[in-house]
Design a protein around this ligand. Sequence first.
Ligand code: ATP
Ligand code: MG
Length: 401
Amino acid sequence: MRYLIGRYHEIALKGRNQWRFVDQLKQNLRDIFADYRLGNVRSIGPRLTATLPDDLTDDLAAERAALIFGIQNFSISRAVPRDIESIAREAIARASGNPAKTFRVRTRREDKRYPMTSPEIDREVGALMCEALGLKVDLDDAELTISIEIMNDAALVSAGKMPGAGGLPVGISGRGMALLSGGIDSPVAAYRMMKRGLALDFVHFHAHPLVSPASREKAADLAAHLTRYQARSTLMQVPFGNLQREIVANTLRPLRVVLYRRFMLRIASALAERSGATVLVTGESLGQVASQTLVNMAVIEKAASFPILRPLVGMDKSEIIDQARVLGTFETSILPDQDCCTLFVPAHPETRARIEEVEAAESRFDIPRMIADAVNATEVQRFQFPPRNSAAPSRAAETSR
Ligand code: ATP
Ligand code: MG
């Protein structure tokens, strides 16, 4: 029998509420393996165990497990009888396919009544492995760690722990609405909030058909990629071109970008209200562009009816780019497009907008009507991972639209 063993770190520090985190984690684990018949999912000590079906390969199981927020590290283990010979035999089998030259054994006993202590098991299994494979023990800097977990009914043996996604189980912190531009920053911002347990809906503002549909398609690709972390997503595609034209026709150049942004936040708030989201998420970083000076951010955020989370606010562009590369969104984000905000953008946008001036400029508009029009024209795209009704694809590109 094979098991996925996911170990949690931060959840283990929770007090009376821990069961809520564990329940969410169990649900998320089931969701990500929804296209396989996963066996019993149990929480034992600071870890979750799930029996893996035979048609699920180790590699695919590991690829999926690495997407589950809340798991610090994981391994794929085999259950064997609890006698030391059976444990050593399995440890030898695990290590013999591995190129490592040095190793160590680390045992944890869930069942403290087991007749040997953990260090005794380490030593005994280690000695049998040295004898069989001619490997060297290195307690401090081993290339391979054999993990043994002594449970009540069996011993679990695995070679190496793989890094998990970390963070908190997605969904445990509630629901947010992430503004996804198609650029580099906003997918990273979304990822960071999902990692803190926030389930997200996405909203993208585009100026199609005034410009090519490129930014729409990029937003959809990014939403599909991010859906791997939360099983289901909704992307709201808001046509924004007409509204921008109306702003352009009625507003002096320097203030236009601030007005675009304020309308985006109003519309995102209206959509958030409908989907049950209680915060907005943006990829803003302090000082990065004209609309992200402290003065402008303060004027812009007044238009939102929910708090705004800006997880990248203190990060440098180069740090954000590094994260986008690791996340796998960078290549999509740099594809050419015409962001709706580059449309009709003045050469010298205001960097210190004054709220009185902005409100005076907005007094010319029928704001409720403009918001209602945008909301009514919004198209909703749904994403799911893993895709239903198909064998077992695992790539983001194959996520259903
Ligand atoms: P990004 O790399 O995410 O595009 P940016 O550095 O280009 O960010 P801005 O263009 O000022 O910065 O946008 C700031 C934030 O506003 C974005 O991170 C995103 O959350 C939101 N935003 C901007 N344009 C759009 C859009 N067309 N649709 C949805 N959200 C947007
Ligand atoms: Mg942008």
